[in-house]
Design a protein. Sequence first.
Length: 339
Amino acid sequence: MGFFSLTQDIAIDLGTANTIITIDDKIVVDEPSVVALDKETNKMIAVGKEAKLWYEKTHEKIRTCRPLRDGVIADFFACEQMMRGLIKMADTGRHLFTPSLRMVIGVPSGSTEVELRAVRDSAEHAGGRDVYLIYEPMAAAIGCGIDVQAPEGNMIVDIGGGSTEIAVISLGGIVSNNSIRIAGDELTADIQNYMSLEHNIKVSERMAERIKINVGSALTDLEDAPEDYLVHGPNRITALPMEISVCYQEIAHCIDKSVAKIETAVLQALENTPPELYADIVKNGIWLSGGGALLRGLDKRLTEKIKIPFHVDSDPLHSVARGTGTALKNVQKFKFLKR
């Protein structure tokens, strides 16, 4: 950005788990969507990775929170503070004047008008002048390299932290979509409940997330099986310390119902797809993006269940961010952006 630049273009993937900011097709911020606030003054103390280190470890004077739940804003004030902090981190150059910001922000396709307004208001309070919204499955499809304006059907399944977005895209629009509030956070909650009921051990949200990353699986039979993961925590009844070894088959069993709900949602979206576009999808396959696409064996399980090949994007965590950045450069061309 130039010294005399009056506007700055930034693309934001405002995710439940991570927020990614891109400027000129470069990822300048990739931080957890966590903010720490002083309870007395409501001032922001930390944001991103630093705030994540404090999460579930604070005392009475500090409040750490994840402002987004299920893909939408749950705490408006905290979200605004988080966005301000992350945009400040993204500022890559010196400016004579504070530049006005033109933003494109990814939002869940199942968002209500109230939820869209909350995102837009948060962005404007954080310094945005022109704010455009793009539905996450559309952004993910662009990020996967799909020509979304072509007259053919493409299907994308974006499994984020708070929601799973399923969409059939053709001619720059969403023909059939299904947005469910079952995604990474739900799988983490399943693991917490399982550890509590089966092993009588209390695990935090962060520990359950680490279990998911290390031994999470959608299948009980993997060719390249991960090593068992050691979990430490207090006994639920006696509060004495425990050490439990967890294998991937256990986790596959405990998250099975949630994965089955994602399968059902994909089938429902396919049911509502016109036959011509359905034929294109069978030919092209279905793309998986988002952090949930990294779950071991998920693409294989979905392919076996739905009988259509599933492809995992080369960098699924950043698919939406890349697509949002591309949309920012094509604001005039992409008529599907919402203002």
